[in-house]
Design a protein around this ligand. Structure first.
Ligand code: PMP
Length: 354
């Protein structure tokens, strides 16, 4: 076969569906229902396209300066990449290897982590979450491990660990990297752990512009960490592709960071819609986790997730479901606009006869 042994053994991550045309309510990939900041839009509209002749700044310094300011760190503590998936991928390659001790992450979490492990031949172990899918930090302590990855809030559950849990892990494994994937942190009642990176040189916090900043299509993510971790990420990146963040995206992302007011307004609306939707769904008998993300993770007792998903689809509403044993009956429902969610709740009431 015309493929390497590595390629022949890979099972890739399956991205959520992006429907082509047709009118649907799209609640399946945790995108933001609101447009990016008008400042980001203006940066693209006024972009001098003759600059596209040139390669972009390989370290996106203007964007990193804005991020450093917003996160309360120095520029040397910021790494940017083509979406946080890329940043995570580079981090797995940079900090983990095939040592006998496994990298640890929860059994119910972002399914890309094990794909990265397969790609880089990293030994990993999925640590079982409790009956309500909560991560038990004690299960990660006193272990032989070569690193830990925790999405916080976790996906697809939306559940968060307090900062004390990360402090305990960072202190327990000072010579291992602990990755906090904060793709959804802006929707959480708990603050980002980015400030802790000054205290713990082994903590890498990864964030994205795809959710709270409405720039999923721009592809931009970043990591905050000790300068030595950032240098290592840059080394690995430069063995792969020097120019991962394109010039248009860097300009738009910088403006999005600078527009704190629009950001707060957008995030506030989504959090309010989440709470309203959760209450309405509970009212018709759904059960769900206490999500601090821009999605809900819910099940309807007595109906399979598959049936619920297909009934919703028949009504033009797309949600995400993961076909793995513990969570196959749960739907992950991205929070859309108020109107989207009203339509969603009406459809759920109709399907369940409530
Ligand atoms: N981490 C988590 C937990 C996610 O759910 C996602 C979105 N699929 C990502 C990272 C990647 O987001 P992006 O590559 O768009 O920044």
């Amino acid at each position: 076969m015309l493929m390497s042994r590595l390629a022949s053994g890979l099972v890739p991550y399956t991205p959520g569906e992006q429907p082509k045309g047709g009118k649907v309510i799209k609640l399946n990939t945790n995108e933001n229902p609101y447009p990016p900041s008008p400042r980001a839009a203006a940066a693209i509209a006024s972009f001098d396209t003759s600059r596209l002749r040139l390669y972009p700044d390989p370290t996106a310094d203007a964007l990193r300066a804005a991020l450093a300011d917003a996160e309360g760190v120095r520029e040397e503590n910021v790494f940017v990449g083509n979406g946080s998936d890329e940043v995570l991928s580079l981090a797995f390659a940079a900090f983990f290897d095939d040592a006998s001790a496994p990298v640890l992450f929860p059994d119910v979490t972002y399914s890309f982590y094990k794909v990265f492990c397969a790609l880089y031949r990293i030994n990993f172990e999925e640590v079982r979450t409790d009956g309500g899918f909560a991560v038990r930090v004690n299960d990660y302590l006193c272990r032989e491990t070569s690193g830990i990855v925790l999405a916080n809030p976790n996906a697809p559950t939306g559940l968060s660990l307090p900062s004390g849990a990360f402090r305990a892990l960072c202190a327990a494994y000072p010579d291992k990297v602990i990755i906090a994937d904060e793709a959804y942190v802006d929707f959480s009642p708990l603050p980002s752990l980015a400030v802790l990176t000054a205290e713990y040189s082994n903590l890498l916090v990864v964030k994205t512009f795809s959710k709270s900043r409405s720039l999923a299509g721009g592809r931009c993510g970043y990591a905050i960490g000790d300068a030595s971790l950032i240098r290592t990420l840059r080394t690995v990146k430069n063995c792969f592709n020097s120019y991962t963040v394109n010039a248009l995206t860097a300009a738009a992302a910088r403006e999005a960071v600078l527009d704190a007011e629009y950001f707060a307004d957008c995030v506030g609306k989504i959090k309010a819609t989440r709470e309203k939707t959760a209450a309405a769904l509970r009212g018709i008998g759904f059960r769900m986790t206490d999500s601090g993300a821009n999605f809900l993770f819910a099940e309807y007792p007595g109906m399979s997730g598959e049936e619920l998903q297909s009934e919703l689809r028949a009504r033009g509403i797309i949600v995400r479901r993961f076909d793995s044993p513990r969570i196959k009956d749960f739907l992950r429902i991205t929070i859309g606009t108020e109107e989207d969610m009203d339509a969603f709740v009406r459809a759920c009431a109709e399907i369940t006869g409530q």
